[in-house]
Structures are given as structure tokens and as C-alpha cells.
Design a protein around this ligand. Structure first.
Ligand code: ATP
Ligand code: MG
Length: 280
């Protein structure tokens, strides 16, 4: 099995008033061409892991024995190498995308630019690619939305624009931090389908961070459970019943159950028609 990412003993601490405050402690895991879920309560360190991998935490202290990504050990990569990797090879869909868009540029240009930074092409080719990507995230009138400024789009649409921006250059590893929490249910499924398609047809690796254990167990292949900055358990999504740790069992017991123990998403994920219907 291909290992896209191999993380050994990753720890992250933030600067607090009285010194460093640990947020992630000695976390080790690998990511293959799969959907890996990370769940855990608020503050358990999920987003911190994602940001640390892409080194999007300028003031935090990040240590690791290694963060192997292809040929690169990211613990040793220069900022220049990180610039080449971010977006092109590894992308993170941020939990709160509002602050990531440039307020003074039309959103479409920002999506197109995310492609042009990494791929040699003309402006009009990049624009065409961006329009296609906006359509793929279920923006039905991409021509109109292309020219809007960030303050003119809703939260859900902003989230989809960010997703388009993060996926347009074709990264092999995608870290999606609560990617669908701001979206309507109908759009949510399309976005999940798009992410799923990147794994099944392009062979990318996806890390899906979520509060929603039901979503993760139905959408992902493996599930990593975090508690207070540590991994308490790594489980096969199809066999969550094998959970040993009391925290995991508590988390599972706390999930709302809709119509028994099968969630609507489970049906969709295993419905071949759903998986075959490829995003553009
Ligand atoms: P949520 O589910 O609410 O998104 P999370 O699991 O993503 O939570 P993190 O955002 O990774 O959790 O936070 C882990 C810990 O680090 C928390 O105690 C949080 O308060 C702290 N923390 C996060 N970001 C910072 C920061 N920029 N500066 C200082 N402390 C931070
Ligand atoms: Mg978070």
C-alpha cells in the first residue's frame, strides 16, 4: 500500500501567557490513498494537526521525528519548498475560510490564481478551469459568482469557493477541516462526492476532520480518535464496534441515531451509482 504521508511523534505547543501550552502530543499515523477521519471533541487538537502538517502555524512550536511526504521530510523543508507543496501537492480546506480569501479581489480570480501559481497556462485557461471547478462544488451560476467579492457571498458559498481553490491544482493530499459543516444538506453530499472522487479516481489521500462521528464512520475508511491532544484509538470505519477506549465508546454512545444504527450517508457511500456519478 502506498504511504503518502508518514507522521511520527508530532507535537505542537502554542505560546501562552505562562509559557508553551501543548495542543498535540506525540501523534503518529500514516495516510495512504484513503479517507482518514479525525474526530474528537472541541479543543482536542484536530485542526492543529492539519495546520502543523502544512506549517500554517507561524508562532507555534512544532516538533516531530518526521513528517515524510514523498521525497520530502517536511520537518526539514524550507519555506520555499513549503510554498511549492501547499496547494499543489497538499492542501487544507480550513475550518473558517472567511479569513483566507482576499477581501479586495473577486473570488473567481482567486480560484484561477490558485491554479496559475502551480501550472503554466494563460489567464483564460485558468479562468475556464476555475469556472469548471466552481461548478464542481455546486455553484450553479459560476460566471456570475466569479466576479463577486468575498463580502458578497454567503458563508456556505464562501466555503465552496475555498474548496474549489484548494482542489483546483490537484493535490495528492487533502486535509479537509469540517469541510461541510457550513453547507446545506443537499450540497453537503455533492461536496463529499467530489472529495470521495479525488480518492477513488485520482488516488489522493484525504484527511477529514470532523465533530460528526456518524459522518466520518460512514464516509471514511479509518477513523482516528483524539482526546486532549493525543490519539486514543485508530479504528476501521466499518468496525467501530471494536472500539476499546472508554472515550471512544462514550463518543459513539453520544451520537444521535437516525433510523437505527445506519445513517443515510452509509447508504449513499455504498451505493455504486452515487460513487460512479463523477464530478466534472
Ligand atoms: P474544534 O473542534 O473546536 O475545531 P480542534 O480539535 O480543532 O477543536 P484545535 O483548534 O486544534 O482543536 O485546538 C487545540 C488546542 O489548542 C485548544 O486548547 C485550543 O484552545 C488551542 N489553540 C488552538 N489554536 C491556538 C492558537 N492559535 N493559539 C493558542 N492556542 C490555540
Ligand atoms: Mg478545529
Amino acid at each position: 500500500d502506498t504511504v503518502l504521508l508518514d507522521i511520527r511523534n508530532l507535537s505542537v505547543a502554542y505560546r501562552g501567557e505562562d509559557g508553551m501550552v501543548p495542543a498535540v502530543r506525540n501523534v503518529s499515523f500514516t495516510l495512504g490513498r484513503e479517507r482518514l477521519g479525525i474526530v474528537g471533541e472541541s479543543g482536542s487538537g484536530k485542526s492543529t494537526i492539519g495546520r502543523a502538517l502544512l506549517r500554517l502555524l507561524p508562532t507555534a512550536q512544532i516538533t516531530a521525528d518526521r513528517i515524510q511526504f514523498g521525497q520530502h521530510d517536511l520537518t526539514r523543508a524550507s519555506e520555499r519548498q513549503m510554498l511549492d507543496i501547499r496547494g499543489r501537492h497538499m492542501s487544507m480546506i480550513l475550518q473558517d475560510p472567511k479569513f483566507s480569501l482576499n477581501p479586495v479581489r473577486p473570488v473567481g480570480d482567486q480560484v484561477a490564481e490558485a491554479f496559475r501559481i502551480h501550472h503554466r497556462c494563460t489567464r483564460s485557461e485558468a479562468k475556464a478551469k476555475a469556472l469548471k471547478m466552481l461548478k464542481a462544488v455546486r455553484i450553479n451560476d459560476p460566471e456570475r459568482v466569479y466576479g463577486l467579492y468575498p463580502h458578497e457571498v454567503s458563508g456556505g458559498m464562501g466555503q465552496r469557493i475555498m474548496i474549489a481553490m484548494m482542489l483546483i491544482a490537484g493535490p495528492e493530499v487533502i486535509i479537509a477541516d469540517e469541510p461541510t459543516s457550513a453547507l446545506d444538506v443537499t450540497i453537503r453530499l455533492d461536496v463529499l462526492k467530489l472529495l470521495d472522487d479525488l480518492v477513488t479516481s485520482r488516488g489522493s489521500g484525504l484527511i477529514m476532520i470532523s465533530h460528526d462521528l456518524n459522518l466520518v464512520r460512514n464516509f471514511c475508511d479509518r477513523v482516528l480518535i483524539m482526546y486532549a491532544g493525543r490519539i486514543v484509538e485508530m479504528l476501521d470505519a466499518r468496525n467501530m464496534g471494536a472500539a476499546q477506549h472508554p472515550y471512544t465508546r462514550g463518543l459513539m454512545a453520544a451520537q444521535p441515531r437516525i433510523g437505527g444504527n445506519r445513517q443515510p450517508l452509509a447508504v449513499l457511500k455504498r451505493d455504486p451509482a452515487w460513487l460512479e456519478e463523477k464530478a466534472p
